[in-house]
Design a protein around this ligand. Structure first.
Ligand code: DC
Length: 214
């Protein structure tokens, strides 16, 4: 089965690129960050501290999570746009430091690998979840550029955001994602690293396709 992983920090264009590649190659698509965001949403909604890992895991297991369409349903409620806020992103990055939470969703992520294949994007797709992937990419970009992209994306979705706050939130999240002890954000040893700071999404997509078709 064709398996492509795309990892990297927030705002590097992983989502856009991964979805485009999945569409072009007719593969399944996994946005693993959305799983962490949904868990963050669930724990905040139920007022459960992530330190209470046993209760958190129980709630995650009981939750009726539907990712089958482009919409995300949690216990039948459509939370697709609710999980896109920076508050949820930051909390997702905090709960993602928990080893027990990460392990509890490993199988959930791996079950997305179905014929004819998968494009999986996140932080540890090429290192931990799908180490066997044939094609591994790691996207990066400057913090200023990533904050600009996030700013435009969030403004277009109607969120009220401030660019300076956004830069700080992105840097804090980088710091946490890169320095946690479990599955930290690092390029997989055999990944192709691409700096997307001065590239358009189309240019990045084309670069990846060139590597895949080589
Ligand atoms: O990709 P994203 O911005 O939606 O991810 C939100 C947070 O979830 C991110 O800051 C860290 C966590 N995450 C993770 O730890 N591992 C992944 N594979 C994907 C996301």
């Amino acid at each position: 089965m064709m398996l492509i992983t795309i990892d990297g920090p927030a705002g590097t264009g992983k989502g856009t690129v991964a979805q485009a590649i999945a569409k072009q190659l007719n593969l399944n698509y996994l946005d693993s960050g959305a799983i962490y965001r949904v868990i963050a949403y669930l724990l905040l909604d139920k007022d459960i501290s992530f330190d209470n890992e046993v209760l958190a895991i129980k709630e995650i297991e009981l939750a009726d999570l539907d990712f089958s369409n482009s919409e995300i349903l949690l216990n039948k409620k459509n939370i697709t746009s609710d999980i896109r806020t920076e508050k949820i992103a930051s909390f997702a990055s905090i709960i993602a430091t928990s080893n027990i939470i990460r392990e509890s969703i490993l199988d959930k992520q791996r079950r997305h690998l179905k014929p004819p294949g998968l494009v999986a994007e996140g932080r540890d797709m090429g290192t931990v979840v799908f180490p066997e992937a044939r094609y591994k990419f790691y996207l990066n970009a400057s913090v200023a550029e990533r904050a600009q992209r996030r700013y435009k994306q969030l403004i277009s979705k109607g969120f009220d955001v401030n660019i300076t706050t956004l830069e700080k939130e992105i840097s804090d999240r980088d710091e946490r994602d890169q320095n946690r002890s479990v599955s930290p954000l690092v390029p997989a040893a055999n990944s192709v690293i691409i700096d997307t700071t001065n590239l358009s999404p189309e240019e990045v997509i084309s670069l990846l396709l060139t590597h895949i078709n080589k």
